[in-house]
Design a binder for this molecule. Structure first.
Ligand code: FES
Length: 340
């Protein structure tokens, strides 16, 4: 076996780059050293930003490394490039254009504008970028926020869009004893200064498709989906039909219902189904947002889906949508796992 393997990275826009990967080196490290615009953030297997799809060759995950990649995703050829070591020459496809990672993340300061509890376990946090600061992101990408007075950072996908800048809106799930949750609940005040960094992530609204969009969101996974819906709404031209299936565990944990209603007024092509796992009455569907998907939701051969929520929901939604006929390459997903 050669101690150097040659890896070809194919971007969605057809551009390709080749990098030499030394034995023991990860594909991501070699790609970044060569200046390839590969998306990344944690470099430790937890953020999924560096996902690539193995097309040719053999490449495994670094021994002993833990990652967010599901076994079914690994078996289907998905790899986290920060933990991937090629065993032969390989080719990976990257499901984003080569210009997405070219600009890179920036650090900025932002002031807390408001903090509003919108469900028993969710707050809406509005930030305003400091004078002269700018941080561009695509709808669906995430930013990191440092908890003041600590070295701890947390990742959030804005529910707002770049068009709302300098305001940035986040939906933050409150966790018992969570570092950010405790700060938000006990200390945070309007005008507090935060350090933020971004954008990160390969989960973002692909631009050019006027085809049906299926959005499946669990919990605060709603935030990037709202950003995507607002972007679709604001774009000139014909709007695609958009189905949003959103769910929380119980009615007291539901939030964003007014936000969704407002968007239905603004975007008549938006159909929304709201589910709770447990609850009484007929106000909401009972079950999870995957249960709410129907056979006739996937009638268009080129329909696309955006999934954001807990790993189990992503896995179930991916399975259900492919079963209904959606092409696997048209499914984009972001897992939201609580960090504590
Ligand atoms: S960079 Fe975060 S999983 Fe690879």
């Amino acid at each position: 076996m050669s101690s150097i393997n040659h890896v070809t990275l194919k971007f969605r826009d057809g551009k390709e780059t080749s990098v030499a990967v030394q034995q023991g080196e990860s594909v991501l490290d070699a790609a970044l050293a060569a200046g390839a615009p590969v998306l990344h953030q944690c470099r430790s297997g937890s953020c999924s930003s560096c996902t690539g799809h193995l097309l040719e060759g053999r490449a495994g995950m670094r021994a002993g490394a833990s990652s967010t990649l599901l076994k079914s995703e690994f078996d289907a050829g998905e790899r986290l490039l920060c933990l991937t070591e090629p065993q032969t020459d390989c080719t990976f496809s990257l499901n984003y254009e080569s210009d997405v990672g070219a600009t890179g993340a920036v650090k900025a300061h932002a002031f807390v504008d408001s903090i509003e509890k919108i469900a028993t376990n969710v707050v809406r946090v509005t930030l305003e970028l400091a004078e002269g600061a700018w941080l561009d992101f695509r709808p669906g990408q995430f930013i990191q926020v440092r908890v003041p007075g600590t070295d701890v950072t947390r990742s959030y996908s804005p529910s707002s869009t770049s068009a709302d800048m300098p305001k940035i809106e986040l939906m933050v799930r409150l966790l018992e004893d969570g570092v950010m949750s405790s700060w938000l609940e006990n200390e945070a005040q309007p005008n507090d200064l935060l350090e933020i960094e971004g954008p990160f992530g390969n989960f973002y609204l692909r631009e050019k498709v006027p085809v049906p969009h299926i959005m499946v969101a669990g919990g605060t996974g709603l935030a990037p989906i709202l950003s995507m819906i607002d972007t679709i709404r604001r774009k000139p031209g014909r709007k695609p039909p958009v189905l949003l299936s959103f769910g929380c565990a119980t009615p007291d944990q539901l939030f964003g219902i007014d936000d969704i209603e407002l968007r239905k007024h603004w975007l008549p092509q938006l159909d929304a189904r709201i589910s709770v796992d447990r609850g009484d009455g007929d106000e909401y569907l009972i079950g999870n947002p995957v249960d709410a998907l129907r056979v006739d939701d996937v009638l268009h051969a080129d329909a696309v889906a955006y999934l954001c929520g807990p790993p189990r929901m992503i896995e179930a939604a991916t399975h259900r949508l492919t079963e209904l006929g959606l092409r696997p390459e048209n499914i984009y997903a972001e897992q939201f796992s609580p960090s504590n």
